[in-house]
Ligand binder design. Structure first.
Ligand code: HEM
Length: 228
């Protein structure tokens, strides 16, 4: 298969977007499972979370998967932007385009915008936590691990952070609501027998995952210890 057929055609782009999108969904489940440890705000919970963060940033297999993750985020976003531009060019008359899609849900028509907002969230989020974990001047905990827990707790003691996180999770929910099932269709896995199950799982995932992600900052804000 030629290079352009593999990467360049809009069918190939949709396929790669679907594949990277589903990989990002798997990451979300793993990331959520790890972050739910933050709900334990005791000193023991703090040490456990920091030990987990150390493992996630130093274990070689996890590091390799992380590089795949960064590449997937960039690829998914880049292909999404290119596909949106191509679609707009193919349908220059906006009115006709919107009319043709009048029966679709608003979030299905705003996937590019929702995706851009999620990307902005990821960039800010990685700057606040991931960058600081790798290169920031973090303190050490009682076990000698970098104290990422205290950085996260300090962020989520501020109402603005909590608000931005909760709002971003609403955006993520709508992006996933269309994205999950659409990925199966783009990959040709839309057998009439299985599509209703895929749609139901997709809606469940799109609601539950962001809901639990949003719970973390809210919980940490509500249970934050008062400043000494
Ligand atoms: C609101 C709940 C969330 C919390 C408390 C949280 C916490 C964290 C923390 C502490 C890190 C740094 C850990 C490290 O460097 O290994 C991190 C990394 C990251 N987070 Fe989150 N996160 C949340 C939600 C999300 C969401 C919804 C996304 C995606 C839409 C996301 C994407 C990422 C990515 C891509 C990284 C870098 C991962 C890596 O280096 O392997 N996070 N997060």
């Amino acid at each position: 298969m030629s290079r352009s057929a593999l990467l360049g055609s809009s069918l190939a782009k949709k396929y790669w977007m679907a594949l990277t999108g589903l990989f990002l969904c798997v990451f979300l489940i793993a990331h959520l499972a790890g972050n739910l440890q933050l709900l334990d705000m005791s000193p023991a919970g703090q040490l456990k979370f920091n030990a987990y963060a150390k493992f996630m940033t130093t274990f070689p297999v996890v590091k390799i998967v992380s590089y795949l993750l960064y590449a997937s985020i960039l690829f998914h976003a880049f292909d999404g932007i290119i596909l949106t531009i191509q679609n707009r060019k193919a349908r220059p008359i906006k009115y006709a385009y919107e009319k043709a899609n009048a029966s679709s849900k608003w979030y299905s028509r705003q996937m590019a915008l929702l995706g851009m907002l999620v990307l902005v969230f990821i960039v800010l989020h990685m700057k606040h936590f991931w960058y600081e974990m790798h290169w920031g001047p973090l303190g050490m905990d009682a076990d000698g691990n970098k104290d990422l827990y205290t950085l996260v707790a300090a962020a989520f003691a501020q109402p603005l952070y909590v608000l931005v996180y909760v709002a971003s999770m609403v955006v993520l929910a709508f992006h996933l609501m269309h994205g999950f099932q659409s990925a199966f269709q783009s990959m040709g896995l839309n057998h009439p027998k299985y599509m209703p199950i895929i749609k139901t799982v997709g809606i469940f995932f799109a609601v539950i995952a962001p809901l639990f992600f949003a719970l973390i900052p809210v919980w940490m804000f509500v249970n934050a210890s008062p400043v000494q």
